[in-house]
Structures are given as C-alpha cells and as structure tokens.
Design a binder for this molecule. Structure first.
Ligand code: 13P
Ligand code: SF4
Length: 314
C-alpha cells in the first residue's frame, strides 16, 4: 500500500474504532504527523489517563504501552511492534531490583517511568525526566531515596538538589554515547549556538548544557528562547517537532560517537522507537494486535506510584 493510502486507512480505522494514536517525540516524522497527540513520557502518561477512546495506540516503546495499560486497564492498548523495548528499562531487571529494595528498608523508592511494570511494582513514586526534580524536591531533605534505573538522571538530580540518592546503575544506550568532544567540536563551528541536553546524558555532557530537560522542556526552550541556533544532545527524532515549531531556527543534532562504556549501536537514533512505522501502525489498528497485557496483580500495585506521580505533577 502506498503512503497516502496507508494514511487514509489509518484515519478511517481510528475513527471507526474510536482509537487515539499517541506518539513520542523520538518516533519518525511520519508517525508524529499522523498522531492525535505527540509528547514526552510525562505528557503521554497524562494524555492516556484522561483519554476517552476505546483503544489507545502507543507509538513509542513497550514501557509506555504498559503505563497506558496500567492507567486504563479496561481499554485495549496496542503497540505497532512488541519488540520496541528500551535499553534503560532492560538495565533494571525486576527480580534484582526487588531484592535491592528489600535490602534497603526505610528508603523511598523512585523509579523513572522507563522501567517495566514489574519494577514499578516495587516503586513508591514514578518520575519522568519532566518532573523528577519537582518530585524529589517535594520529599523531606533527610529522606533516604533509591533512584532507579538511570544513573545519569540520578546524578543530575543529586547534583542540583545536593541530595545523596542511592542510584541504580542503569543507562540509555542512545544518550550515553553523546560525548563532550563532539559537542565542543560543534560549539567551535557554531559559536552562537546554545546546547540542549537531555538528563539521560553523562555528567560531563550535562555540564556543557545551556538547558537540561526532558524532550518537552528542550522543545519549549528552543522555540521560546531568542537564540537562533541549537546543538541538540538527545535522540534526533525531536528535531522534527523543533523544526515544525521554529522553522527559521537552526537545529544541529550531536552526531553519533561511540564512547567508552557505551553499549549497543553507536547512533543518535533509538532503534526501538524507529520500529514504529506507518505500515505497522495500520496493521495494529486493523488487527487490534499486538496488545499490551499486564498481570492484574501488577497493575493494582504499579498504578499507585504512577498515580502519585500524576498527582505530584499537577
Ligand atoms: P522524556 O520523554 O521524558 O524526555 O524521556 C526521553 C526518553 O528517553 C524516552 O524514552
Ligand atoms: Fe529507552 Fe533510550 Fe530509547 Fe528512550 S531513547 S526508549 S531511554 S533506549
């Protein structure tokens, strides 16, 4: 089927089935263009929670589909490709995390939304890169905190708040491989450019930033700031929306560079996010599969920390 026909069919099916299509900023432009709503992890969770659709199609990665299912267990939650995992979520196996939590009584457990539903089962409050700072700051200064699984986001929050949260040793393979050398090289080429960095990047990279934040925060800053050029250290899918909202500005993605300790491919694209294609989106709407399923016992427990996050993010 050609692209125009695919779009026509997707539009017909979503109307017919009362389905809503949610997409993350890291998906390909064609998916972002057809989605009912495009956002960062926090906005996608908020959108799912208030959705009145019968079917939610999550064009993102698997844990985002799980979050939708936990928030809306009565709805069908579809993902275009069940293989759309996340290296960060994979870096925190639930059984090991459960033992870790048990070994640290008295700690409040904060988990990044980039975790499996089974990890959220052991969590007190879920956070995203968009609200982690606010949520940590809402806790008493002397509260002992476990922060999982992203050591980079955790170190960033420790540095900003002066806390000493106990960090799980996980990371995102896309953000870990941005290097200071690559950014400094671009800075020499574009001396007036401001540097936008996602907090999943390593500490030395974060220290070069003019703005640190979630994809939505970086987007807003890029659109509203007077600067005309931006060096962007996050997954390059975000450039699609940046260019749409600020067509006269220049956005320079930090190029891929394998760094010591990086895992998986050396790219600034998330291979998991890129599994979402128009064709798979059409097929999943047509077949109402693949569906996200979560054990009802896990849903019951994992919903609590997500609800707490949504409450604290108001
Ligand atoms: P945000 O959507 O919170 O910016 O996180 C980025 C990310 O890595 C999602 O997987
Ligand atoms: Fe996971 Fe990183 Fe991909 Fe986000 S960009 S989904 S954290 S692997």
């Amino acid at each position: 089927m050609d692209k125009l026909k695919l779009i026509e069919e997707i539009n017909r099916l979503r109307k017919e089935k009362n389905a809503v299509i949610l997409a993350h900023y890291y998906t390909i432009g064609e998916i972002q263009d057809i989605a009912d709503f495009v956002g960062d992890s926090l906005a996608l969770a908020q959108q799912a929670a208030r959705s009145t659709a019968d079917i939610i199609v999550m064009c993102g990665v698997h844990f985002m589909g799980e979050t939708c299912k936990i928030l809306c267990p009565q709805k069908k939650v579809l993902v275009p490709d069940l293989e759309s995992g996340c290296s960060l979520a994979d870096s925190c196996p639930a059984d090991e995390f459960g033992k870790f939590v048990k070994a640290h009584p008295g700690y409040t457990v904060l988990s990044y939304v980039n975790t499996t539903a089974a990890v959220k089962y052991y969590t007190d409050i879920v956070v995203t890169s968009g609200n982690a700072l606010k949520i940590v700051n809402s806790l008493p200064k002397d509260q002992k905190i476990i922060f999982a699984p992203d050591r980079n986001l955790g170190s960033y929050i420790n540095a900003v708040t002066g806390r000493d949260m106990l960090l799980w040793d996980g990371a995102c393979h896309v953000h870990e491989q941005f290097s200071t050398q690559a950014i400094l090289k671009l800075k020499a080429e574009y001396p007036n450019a401001k540097v936008l960095v996602h907090p999943e990047c390593k500490r030395p990279v974060v220290l070069l930033a003019d703005k640190v934040g979630s994809t939505a925060v970086l987007l807003k800053y890029a659109v509203e700031d007077d600067c005309q050029e931006f060096i962007v250290a996050t997954e390059s899918g975000i450039l699609h929306e940046m260019k749409q909202q600020a067509p006269n500005k220049t956005f320079i993605p930090v190029p891929p560079e394998a760094t010591e300790g990086s895992v998986g491919c050396s790219c600034n694209e998330c291979a998991y996010m890129r599994l979402n294609t128009l064709e798979k989106l059409y097929n999943c709407l047509k077949n109402e599969a693949p569906q996200i399923e979560v054990d009802p016992n896990i849903i019951e427990r994992a919903k609590l920390p997500i609800d707490r996050m949504l409450e604290l993010s108001k």
